[in-house]
Write a protein that binds this ligand. Structure first.
Ligand code: GYE
Length: 325
């Protein structure tokens, strides 16, 4: 009995350090660093690896504690990661949604827990826009339009009467896949010189980019242009084109999106004709927005990165700084 009484204060102290709520690992000292849960969608490309690095380094610089989960290309895994952040009672949740649909339930859970949510890189589609505070990333529609505008200029320079285009698109139902496709079509659709003869999804993966290009080359003998939604797939497609004995950049005009170092190097070599920039280096902006959200401030609905285009017509290609991804 006496022994049990001595142990009681110890048990109480333990409960207090656990936040006074058995089982919930809540850290709620005011002085503790802001805790950000970040659910990355996968590691499919050098772009994605650059994005992950950017977020991790920015968190460290900002003194923000990061809980990082990688969903390895699976939406269920990403939803699970968000649920674990809610259970942990993080201050802010950020996630790069692999596809646009299917987030409402888990985001309602976040709202019930009072945790603000930021979508990064890609967007979501929901009936209830109040389920997330804002988006930070690229304007993919504008990227697609820039790709199309390059093609208009290229066709002019070539004096081409007609060009057959094949498209290798990204992950079906993801924002960049939808908007890069739409923006490109918007730019060229009123011009009868262009026909998109085929479009396949390569899921933003190098290996699938190669497979898609092999299929496209087997099915069409008259491909003039490849529009690929990311550099990783372009690298794969170029392998397929070269294995077929064709010269990328010459026999087939190549337009790609992202601006990885590898793609810019191929542009300099003449194997790629146009690289539309899409920067993954948004870590610092994510941290700024997370701080505002944690402080209860409102943020812009959309914060877009500034981006340019690199083309074979540019004169500054040799003096470009390292891309960093
Ligand atoms: O273009 C691609 C990556 O969502 C913008 O995802 C991102 C895309 C990027 O796999 O390389």
């Amino acid at each position: 009995m006496a022994k049990a009484l001595r142990v009681l204060p110890l048990i109480l102290a333990l409960l207090l350090t656990l936040g006074g709520c058995a089982g919930a690992p809540r850290r709620d000292s005011e002085e503790e660093a802001l805790l950000l849960g970040f659910a990355q969608l996968g590691s499919e490309s050098a772009w994605r690896l650059g994005n992950t690095r950017s977020v991790q380094e920015a968190a460290q610089r900002a003194g923000i504690q990061l809980m990082y989960e990688n969903a390895e290309q699976k939406q269920e895994k990403q939803i699970k990661a968000i649920r674990s952040f809610i259970a942990y009672q993080v201050d802010v949740i950020a996630f790069a949604p692999i596809v646009e649909d299917g987030w409402d339930t888990v985001l309602m859970e976040a709202r019930e827990a009072g945790i603000p949510v930021l979508t990064t890189d890609r967007m979501i589609h929901t009936e209830d826009e109040s389920l997330y505070a804002g988006f930070v990333g690229s304007d993919f529609q504008a990227e697609g339009e820039k790709a199309g505008q390059f093609l208009l200029r290229k066709a002019q320079e070539m004096g081409a009467e007609h060009l057959n285009i094949v498209e290798i698109s990204g992950t079906i139902d993801s924002t960049p896949m939808k908007q890069r496709g739409q923006g490109f079509r918007n730019a060229i659709q009123d011009d009868s010189r262009f026909t998109i003869v085929a479009s396949l999804s390569g899921d933003f993966l190098r290996s699938k980019g190669k497979e898609c290009m092999e299929q496209l080359l087997a099915a069409h003998s008259d491909i003039d242009v490849l529009y690929s939604h990311n550099d990783a797939m372009t690298l794969g497609a170029i392998e397929a084109i070269e294995e077929k004995g064709l010269e990328p950049g010459q026999d087939i005009v190549i337009i790609t999106v992202d601006g990885e170092q590898a793609a810019v190097d191929l542009l300099k070599e003449g194997k790629v004709n146009c690289v539309v920039e899409c920067t993954p280096l948004i870590g610092d902006t994510i941290m700024e927005l997370a701080r505002k959200l944690a402080a209860g401030e409102s943020i812009e609905r959309a914060t877009y990165s500034e981006e340019r285009v690199f083309t074979e017509f540019d004169e500054d290609l040799d003096s470009l700084p390292e891309r960093g991804y």
